[in-house]
Design a protein around this ligand. Sequence first.
Ligand code: DQA
Length: 196
Amino acid sequence: MASASPGLEATAPPGPGGHPPLVVVLSGPNLNLLGERQPEVYGAATLAEHVTGAREEATALGLVVEDHQTNHEGDLVELVHQARGRAAAIVVNAGALTHYSWSLHDALAAYDGVVVEVHLSNPAAREPWRHTSVVAPVADGTVAGFGGLGYRLAIRAVASLLTARVAGLEPGTGLEPGTGPEHAAGPEHGTGPALR
Ligand code: DQA
């Protein structure tokens, strides 16, 4: 058993060929309007500013960010497919698709890398129809309610999870898989190869 516990400050291990692992940041419908759209809910920052924050965090942690925004469900599914075999992780804010897109759910279920769901607002504290996420069951975890900080936290979670996968440890515990006190079933997409 290893003794070190990879924390959120973990620097991601290099990917294949020594290249920095790729993190694809995906944004769904209406997120292109951030900055103008309901600033009392989503804040004044633009999506570009959130992505810049994610990219800064990624650079500091040895990761590279590629970002895409689309208002179309099928395009988001395609972008998940394109991450297969190429990206070590996906950070996804699917907007309202979060709450009903089973095609996005299935695409993420077929993706073996790390998946972190992010929301600017806290959907659990909003209208009942936002309380269900079909992304959550196929994500390693969710960051919600922290505004733009959530994008930076999501990148930090990715770095920590990638480090844990390479070391064969439970994220954030330093324990070998299956030895933790409440070892529960993992996300539906499973634990694929550490880096892709
Ligand atoms: C959101 C929350 C969703 O419920 C909503 O439809 C969005 C944004 C968020 O980031 O808080 O478009 O994903």
